[in-house]
Design a protein around this ligand. Structure first.
Ligand code: NDP
Length: 344
């Protein structure tokens, strides 16, 4: 099991040693009779930036509930793909594959299914993709792009953290709509992957740009119609300066802000929202769950037709999970970060 040792009380990003790998033994590989629960073997676990929010002490201001105090030193909760091994619930049979909330451990007894769906096995789609392309990150890309930004052919789209779990899908969906798409990412390898593998029109390494405003002017001489913001901070500020009139900004995440301990210069260019009549909206994918079936049909069809590729970064073994999660905040992942619980 991977457990959180204590809440992270300052603003910093999680570190590997905030978590520990512990061992406990199940009495038997069975779901207790009369429990209505089912026992799953976890196959893949998802590392997601939102999990940082669950590691802070409970606060009414947070958009996501912290791990309960009673769960400290209990396995971390997160999305996973699992196989049912024994069931006392008629809706789930041994042998079913499921995607949803589970524990960071080898086996989990699920009593109350949360955000859980059965996976109909299609061997053309790797099981782990149900944590990325067909899971919460892919869905975030889909609802943020279509519901907030209404992309139209010929529009100019900018995506930050573009090679990650969400960003790579945003860019590819926008390309399918006929947009011109530019992504930013934090290494030469990621930048190369965006243009050579994911079909972005251009990409740049934001760490090599002393002036983000100048970089955006170089890539968007006519301005940006849609900015899909995964990072917040200085990149959002620079994008505000470069938006076109009636542009749209989907505020998806602010991963650059986890490590920020002082308030810094803040967002200085917000008045552009008025001057350029920009629609800027924050969102949570969970607001749109009614669209999930439509998303699954749309993205699965494009994937099977070869219109969309998906890049994962897989680490093996539960022991690798703490470093895998912490690495999201230093940009170590190249694509969607997943932990394969049982190496092949
Ligand atoms: P990624 O797979 O993109 O991993 C995180 C990436 O963020 C890193 O690889 C790194 O890429 C980048 N990053 C880390 N630190 C910084 C920094 N200081 N400045 C700029 N970039 C940084 O994660 P996801 O695709 O899963 O998530 C992307 C964003 O979407 C996150 O902000 C997340 O919180 C948000 N999100 C929001 C949801 C919603 O419902 N609103 C749902 C899901 C995700 P690089 O090397 O390019 O810097």
């Amino acid at each position: 099991q991977v457990v959180l040792k204590a809440y992270i009380t300052d603003g910093r990003a999680p570190r590997k040693d905030d978590m520990a790998v512990t061992v406990s033994t199940l009495p038997e590989l069975k779901a207790p009779k009369g429990s209505g629960g089912f026992l799953v073997k976890n196959l893949y676990l998802s590392c997601d930036p939102y999990m940082r929010g669950r590691m802070r002490p409970p606060s009414p201001a947070s958009y996501i509930p912290s791990f309960l105090p009673s769960r400290l030193c209990q396995p971390i909760e997160g999305f996973g793909v699992s196989e049912v091994v024994d069931s006392d619930n008629p809706e789930f049979q041994a042998g079913d594959f499921i995607a949803g909330m589970t524990g960071w451990e080898e086996y989990t007894l699920i009593q109350k299914p949360q955000q859980l769906r059965k996976i109909s096995r299609n061997h053309a789609v790797p099981l782990s993709y149900h944590l990325g392309l067909l899971g919460m990150p892919g869905f975030t890309a889909y609802c943020g792009l279509y519901e907030l930004c209404s992309p139209k052919a010929g529009e100019f789209v900018f995506v930050s953290a573009a090679s990650g779990a969400v960003g790579q899908i945003v860019g590819q969906l926008a390309k399918l709509e006929g947009c011109r798409v530019v992504g930013s990412a934090g290494s030469a390898t990621k930048v190369e992957m965006l243009t050579s593998k994911m079909g972005f029109d251009a990409a740049f390494n934001y760490k090599e740009e002393a002036d983000l405003d100048a970089a955006l002017k170089r890539y968007f001489p006519q301005g940006i119609d849609i900015y899909f913001d995964n990072v917040g901070g200085e990149m959002l500020d620079a994008a505000l300066l470069n938006m076109r009139v009636k542009g749209r900004i989907a505020v998806c995440g602010m991963v650059s802000q986890h490590a920020v301990t002082d308030s810094g210069p803040g967002i200085r260019n917000i008045s552009n929202v008025i001057v350029k009549r920009i629609k800027m909206q924050g969102f949570l994918q969970s607001d749109f769950l009614h669209l999930y079936p439509r998303f699954l049909d749309h993205v699965t069809a494009h994937f099977l037709a070869g219109d969309i590729v998906y890049v994962e970064d897989v680490d093996d073994g539960l022991e690798s999970a703490p470093a895998a999660l912490a690495g999201l905040f230093t940009g170590e992942n190249i694509g969607k970060k997943v932990v394969r619980v049982v190496p092949p």
